[in-house]
Design a protein around this ligand. Sequence first.
Ligand SMILES: Nc1ncnc2c1ncn2[C@@H]1O[C@H](COP(=O)(O)OP(=O)(O)O)[C@@H](O)[C@H]1O
Ligand SMILES: [Mg+2]
Length: 308
Amino acid sequence: MIKVRELQKSYGDFLAVKKISFSAGEATVFGLLGPNGAGKSTAINCISGLLKPTAGTIEVGGFNVVTQAVKAKTSLGIVPQELAIYEDLSATDNLNYWGAAYGLSGTKLKDRVTYVLDRIGLTDRAKDQPKNYSGGMKRRLNFGCGLVHEPGILLLDEPTVGVDPQSRERLFELVEEEKAKGTCVLYTTHYMEEAEKLCDELAIMDHGEIIAAGTLQELRAEVGEKDIIQLSGTFDVRKVEREVARLNADALVLDTETVMISVRDGAGSLQSFLNAIVATGAVIRDTRLSEPNLESLFLKLTGKELRA
Ligand SMILES: Nc1ncnc2c1ncn2[C@@H]1O[C@H](COP(=O)(O)OP(=O)(O)O)[C@@H](O)[C@H]1O
Ligand SMILES: [Mg+2]
């Protein structure tokens, strides 16, 4: 269980995380979704005890991470965004190192290392040094190192950045497995597809704040049940606004470069929208039709694309 209450973290004068609160329970994948610079790593590093919060409280497994740091840390497994593996030690020795650091020894340690090597798909490369690994293999080992002591709470900071599709699938399976075992998983990502696929609950962050939170269904419902038509190009805002109103649609975003409209029958009405908007003199470079998703929610809330 992770409980974050009114967490703030500043670097000098710059407030990177602004009064965020959320809770994540057992057997749950809780996602922190947001673009680069949103404050995800800062938040997760405060939860892991690596950074000291400027204000607010954090509990993990019932212990305060600042005042009961040692107890809090025993239940935590940490997979940082920057690789935390030793390039010159074999995979086995990396896992031995992290297992021992968390108090495992003897047969227990040996069994866990063997098990984790198998789960991360590195049994046949166990004696090799990570400096000879692909990016995806290093990520899998990094993941294994956070997992070797069977933590009840797992903190994963963008674990799939820069990995090949095969390693990504394996990492997804591992996250699902951990959840099935009852682990509380906190997962940060800037890929909304990952968040939609893996997370039971989410907090969407932007500029250090949580701008929306809830289950996947709740967040989708915030965009509404209607379809989304999204256009990129060059628009005359006043003229487009008039056309959208005339066609009985809602403009969720409307500026000189982006138009996002919510309509009941997107496929059926797309052509008439395009005709009407082109007739205003607009130049359309890209058209997208989708059902409500996290990307459209983010665009609606911030007026910008998540991947921008
Ligand atoms: N050590 C630091 N010193 C100063 N600013 C930092 C530091 N670490 C991160 N930041 C700034 O804090 C903000 C949040 O960063 P970060 O938590 O890494 O975001 P994310 O993980 O969502 O990409 C960014 O604007 C980043 O530039
Ligand atoms: Mg980060």
